[in-house]
Design a protein around this ligand. Structure first.
Ligand code: DON
Length: 563
């Protein structure tokens, strides 16, 4: 009882106000736009678009620029997903997710008693999966690029070599990581040469510039072979990691069939497994389409309760049915079947929170066959690219490849290291997402493109681990059900439920005082998200007059740019 009352007080304190405008309109441009986590990366992408490059050209340039100016999530030592819609309406999805090294095995993070060894899958050399980013960019460019490869990598080479000024937020984050950088690196990385970073300091990355030069001049071979590959393998040997030359040579990204589903007058195009994002998003939007959320209005208890109950059920499915489709038969069709999705809402009561113990994954028809960052791009032809890329946690495994100046991911923590044991996002899983050599770990990344009446309508995605899916879901609803502009929809406060743990995580002011109380009375357990916010999104909306509106997230240094 005392716990519930104190929870209520915390909740009231947190639910009190919200200072971001949901009616704010973002940058509006006539023809083309890039929205990314860093103004310099958005500027690099816009410059490529101005020079006649297409959306994929710009995506490649932005990916490499982010690897320099936004090292906590931008990367060459991680992976990601790219969803594309061309001006003729054709779609594609590229999976450049990291893979478990060949020497990885199911119990590699457990001690002799079978208990999870704390942080082993999260920090240090053993946490790293085989990076996919460079191969992903090469493969996307080979198929869709129009400008010479070297011209797309060059801006990143320049940023790394000449240096760039640190933003306040970046300086703070680098200072916070100092201890971990010292603890987990075998050689002192460039990032800690200075004692304390402050806003406006110029940061130069000489060894990263050399690596990017290799990639610029040799493409895939500039990373997976030669000097850079040697440095990665040497780093692994020094730090007790698993990645070998064979793992690097064997890494290949995969074109996958995107998740494409009609929900009302919209068509959702998103990422298939090994991301859970596309399927979960379609499930959430399909459930929501059955209720008049516009009429019920934004931020009311009725609307919020329905959304939370849908999230609870969709994440229960995620925990059981989703994993790497190359290793586990994911019942994609069954999970996307409208009748199945609606059945999952059985037990929903408009006035009472369901206990997560009463909710379990459904039984879809079986399969017949077998710190992250998001950027959104639309080029002047109307091609659209939606990319989410990651090292997993902020600065990944905290391990730099010595002499090469880039960070390695800690994506191995996205596997289920033991059935039912929560990962760093408190997500649970089982067989579908168990570790196996060469397998890709399940993701929540949800790079998405929306069509309305057959035309490009929105490009959107977010960072935020398990909260990515619910962030993208809420932003889409904010626009299509509540009529917000793109910027307002991204500004709006967010909340999140993921089945287990059974609580509603809420940003400051996201629920509102009255709604917070009503939800609490219905039996929802509300937990404040005290620092950092939920997700960090980037969206582009095509307005009725054909102009583009950007939604850059005020939770970070994000910026829209275009012309
Ligand atoms: O793939 C995933 O779902 C996670 N590795 C994403 C990580 C992320 O969004 C980090 N940001 N908080």
């Amino acid at each position: 009882m005392i716990r519930r009352v104190s929870l209520l007080f915390i909740s009231i304190w947190l639910l009190g106000c919200s200072n971001r405008s949901i009616r704010e309109t973002g940058l509006v441009t006539e023809r083309a736009m890039v929205v990314s986590a860093h103004p310099l990366a958005s500027a690099v992408g816009t410059e490529i678009l101005k020079r006649g490059g297409n959306a994929v050209d710009a995506a490649v340039a932005v990916q490499f620029a982010l690897a320099v100016v936004y090292p906590d999530a931008g990367n060459i030592g991680g992976g990601g997903f790219l969803v594309l819609r061309q001006k003729d309406g054709s779609t594609a999805a590229l999976d450049y997710r990291e893979k478990a090294p060949a020497a990885a095995h199911r119990d590699m993070y457990l001690d002799e008693k079978g208990e999870v060894i704390k942080e082993l899958s999260l920090k240090g050399h053993l946490a790293a999966g085989v990076p996919g980013t460079v191969d992903g960019m090469v493969v996307a460019h080979q198929k869709y690029g129009s400008m010479p490869w070297a011209e797309l990598v060059q801006p990143a080479v320049q940023l790394a070599a000449k240096g760039f000024p640190l933003t306040k937020k970046e300086a703070k984050k680098l200072n916070e990581e100092r201890k971990d950088f010292l603890k987990y690196n075998t050689r002192r990385p460039e990032f800690i040469l200075k004692n304390r970073w402050k806003e406006g300091d110029t940061i130069r990355m000489k060894s990263l510039a050399l690596v990017l030069t290799q990639i610029r001049d040799r493409g895939r071979a500039g990373f997976y072979e030669g000097l850079v590959a040697d440095s990665i393998v040497a780093e692994m040997k020094r730090g007790g990691g698993l990645i070998t030359h064979q793992d690097l040579a064997a890494y290949h990204s995969v074109w996958r069939k995107p998740i494409v589903a009609n929900v009302g007058e919209y068509r959702v195009i998103s990422m298939p497994p090994p991301s859970s994002g596309g399927i979960a998003l379609v499930q959430l939007l399909t459930i929501s389409a059955d209720y008049p959320l516009g009429e019920w209005e934004y931020k009311t208890a009725k609307t919020t309760h329905l959304m939370i109950e849908a999230e609870r059920r969709v994440y229960a499915d995620r925990a059981v049915h989703l994993g790497d489709p190359d290793f586990y038969k994911v019942p994609v069709e069954g999970l996307l079947d409208t009748a199945y999705i609606k059945r999952q809402m059985v037990g929903f009561s408009p006035g009472r929170a369901t206990d997560s113990d009463e909710v379990s994954a459904g039984t879809p028809a079986p399969a017949e066959s077998p710190n992250t960052t998001h950027y959104s791009i639309v080029d002047s032809q109307g091609n659209a690219v939606s990319v989410t890329t990651t090292l997993n946690s902020s600065f990944g495994a905290k391990v730099f490849v010595a002499g090469a100046g880039f960070l390695l991911n800690n994506e191995m923590d996205d596997f289920s290291v033991k059935p039912g044991a929560p990962n760093s996002y408190r997500l649970v899983g089982g067989e579908a997402n168990a570790i196996a050599p060469g397998k890709r770990m399940l993701s929540s990344m949800t790079p998405t493109i929306l069509e309305k009446n057959g035309k490009l309508y929105m490009v959107v995605g977010s960072m935020g681990g398990s909260t990515i899916i619910t962030t993208v879901y809420q932003i889409i609803l904010n626009v299509i059900a509540h009529g917000m502009p793109m910027q307002g929809a991204v500004n709006a406060g967010r909340f999140h439920h993921q089945w287990r743990p059974d609580w509603v995580l809420s940003e400051w002011g996201a629920l509102g005082f009255g709604t917070g109380i009503r939800l609490w009375l219905m039996g929802h357990k509300i937990a404040p998200k005290v620092s950092g916010g939920i997700g960090r999104a980037a969206g582009i909306l095509v307005r009725p007059d054909g102009r583009l509106e950007g939604g850059a997230d005020p939770r970070g240094d994000d910026a829209s740019a275009g012309f």
